[in-house]
Write a protein that binds this ligand. Structure first.
Ligand code: GAL
Length: 463
C-alpha cells in the first residue's frame, strides 16, 4: 500500500538563500567590502575555478524575475539575508540608501506575490572593516552588529515578521578561527571560543532590541544541527558523542533556546584554559533573551567514536582532541559533496527539540543536496532531471511528517536552495537549486525537475 504523507495546511513551504551567495553586485551601488570580497581579491586561487563573490546569481538585478518564479513554484515564504556591508558599507555609521531601496523592493515584491519574507541578519559575511577590528572576536563588533540589527528592525520591521539573528553561527566561528575555510583562516581555539561567545551575546542583544520594539513579529536563530551518533554503546564511544554534541550543537542551541551553556562544554573550557572573557551582566542578558523561533539546517549526521590515539600535545587545540570521527561501514553517501545522507537524523533532531528544548516552535530552514556537473542529467527539452534530489527531499520529508505525528512543533520546510548559487570556497562546484543557473549564458534560469516536484508538494501539501 502506498502511504500518503499530508502536511498541515499552513505549512511554510519555501527556500533559503543568503546575500553573498545570490545577490552579486558586490561592488555596485555603494556596497562595502565584506571578508569574501577581500579574500577573493588577495587569494582567488582558494575559490573553485577562481570564481569569486562579485557576480554570483544576479539576484540584485533579477529579483523580480526570481520572485515571480518562486511564486510559480509554490513558495509561501522565502528566507534571505541582508548584507550588512551593503546596508552599512563599513559595518557602522552611514546607511546606504540604495541598499534600503533594494531590500524594500525585494520585501514588497515578495509580499505582492503572497510570499512571506524571513529575514536573516548575518550569513557568514562580516564587513571587512569590522573583521580588521577582530570580527566576532571583538566586543566593538558586537556593538556594531547590534546597531545594524536595530537599523534593520527600524527600517523593515513593519513588513518583516520573522527575523533571525544568525545563520549557522558556529560555521563562521569555526571556519575563521580553526579550520581555515573562511577568512582570515586562523587556527586559534581561544579566539574561536571568544568569537563564539560574542556571536551568542550579539544574538541575545539583538533579540532584546527586537522585543523592546514590540513590532508584533518573532525573532529566532538558524542553527546547523548535526546529531552526534556514537559508533557503539561502549561507554567511551557514548561519551565521545556526548562531547561532540556539546561542542557542535549544544554550544549554540542551549544558550539560544534555554539561555544557558552546557556544563560539559564549560568544564572542558575551564580544564583546558580556554574560557572566554565575559563581562558583568552578559550571562544574565543571554539568560533573559532567548529565541521565539528556531530554524534548523540539516544536511548530515556526525558519527563519532572514542579517540584511538593519544593526541600531539604540541598541536593547536581542536575539539577533536576529545573524539574521533567514525567512518561507518555501509553508510549512504552523497558522493559529490562527500556528505553522508541519513534521513532519520532530521526526525531525531526534531524529537530532541521536542523533548529537551520545550518543543519550541521550529522549522527546517535548510535541507538540500549538492551535486556536481548536473548538466549530464539534461534531457532533450533542456531540463535537468534531478530525480536524486527529489528522492533526497522526499525521504527527509517522510521523517518530518513522522515527527509531526509524534508531536513536534515543526512549522515548515525550506529547501536549500531556490536557484543554484555560489557556495563559498566551492563557488559553483556543487549545485543545490530547484532552478539551474547557466553561468555561460548570463545566468539563464531553467527550472529543474525538482522545481516542478516542489510546486506540486507546496500546492497539495502531499508527497
Ligand atoms: C549551509 C549554509 C549555506 C550553504 C549550504 C550548502 O551550511 O548555510 O550557506 O552553503 O550549507 O553548502
Amino acid at each position: 500500500m502506498v502511504k500518503d504523507y499530508l502536511f498541515p495546511k499552513d505549512f511554510w513551504w519555501g527556500s533559503a538563500s543568503s546575500a553573498t551567495q545570490m545577490e552579486g553586485a558586490a561592488n555596485k551601488d555603494g556596497k562595502g567590502k565584506n571578508i569574501w570580497d577581500h579574500w577573493y581579491e588577495i587569494e582567488p586561487n582558494r575559490f573553485f575555478k577562481k570564481i569569486g563573490p562579485s557576480e554570483t546569481s544576479q539576484f540584485y538585478e533579477r529579483y523580480k524575475e526570481d520572485i515571480a518564479l518562486m511564486k510559480e513554484l509554490g513558495h509561501n515564504s522565502f528566507r534571505f539575508s541582508i548584507s550588512w556591508s551593503r546596508l552599512i558599507p563599513t559595518g557602522e555609521g552611514e546607511v546606504n540608501p540604495k541598499a534600503v531601496q533594494f531590500y524594500n523592493q525585494v520585501m514588497d515584491e515578495l509580499w505582492n506575490h503572497g510570499i512571506e519574507p524571513f529575514v536573516n541578519l548575518y550569513h557568514f559575511d562580516m564587513p571587512f572593516e569590522q573583521q580588521e577590528k577582530g570580527g566576532w572576536e571583538s566586543r566593538e563588533v558586537v556593538k556594531a552588529y547590534v546597531k545594524y540589527a536595530e537599523t534593520c528592525f527600524d527600517l523593515f520591521g513593519d513588513r518583516v515578521k520573522k527575523w533571525f539573528t544568525h545563520n549557522e553561527p558556529i560555521v563562521p566561528v569555526e571556519n575563521q578561527y580553526l579550520y581555515g575555510h573562511h577568512y582570515p583562516a586562523l587556527c586559534n581555539f581561544q579566539k574561536c571560543v571568544q568569537a563564539g561567545f560574542h556571536s551568542i551575546l550579539a544574538s541575545a542583544m539583538a533579540i532584546r532590541a527586537y522585543h523592546k520594539r514590540n513590532l508584533g513579529g518573532k525573532i529566532g536563530i538558524i542553527l546547523n544541527l548535526t546529531p552526534s551518533y556514537p559508533r557503539s554503546q561502549h561507554p567511551a564511544d557514548v561519551e565521545a558523542a556526548k562531547i561532540a554534541d556539546a561542542f557542535f550543537n549544544r554550544s549554540f542551541l542551549d544558550p539560544s533556546v534555554k539561555g544557558t551553556f552546557p556544563s560539559e562544554l564549560v568544564d572542558i573550557l575551564k580544564k583546558e584554559g580556554f574560557m572566554p572573557h565575559i563581562e558583568d551582566g552578559d550571562i544574565t542578558l543571554i539568560k533573559e533573551n532567548t529565541v521565539d523561533l528556531l530554524g534548523i539546517n540539516y544536511y548530515q549526521p556526525r558519527r563519532v567514536k572514542a579517540k584511538e590515539n593519544l593526541f600531539n600535545p604540541n598541536a593547536p587545540f581542536m575539539p577533536e582532541r576529545y573524539f574521533d570521527y567514525h567512518d561507518m561501514p555501509g553508510k549512504k553517501m552523497n558522493p559529490y559533496r562527500g556528505w553522508e545522507i541519513y534521513e532519520k537524523g532530521i526526525y531525531d533532531i526534531l524529537m530532541n527539540v521536542k523533548e529537551n528544548y520545550g518543543n519550541i516552535e521550529c522549522f527546517i530552514s535548510e535541507n538540500g543536496m549538492g551535486v556536481e556537473n548536473e548538466t549530464r542529467f539534461l534531457n532533450e527539452e533542456g531540463m535537468i532531471e534531478d530525480d536524486y534530489r527529489i528522492e533526497f527531499y522526499e525521504e527527509h520529508l517522510k521523517w518530518v511528517h513522522q515527527a509531526i505525528q509524534d508531536g513536534s512543533n515543526v512549522k515548515g520546510f525550506h529547501v536549500w536552495t531556490f536557484i543554484d548559487n555560489w557556495s563559498w570556497l566551492n563557488a559553483y562546484k556543487n549545485r543545490y537549486g530547484l532552478v539551474s543557473v547557466d553561468l555561460d549564458k548570463d545566468c539563464k534560469r531553467t527550472v529543474k525537475k525538482s522545481g516542478y516536484w516542489f510546486k506540486k508538494l507546496a500546492v497539495t501539501g502531499l508527497i
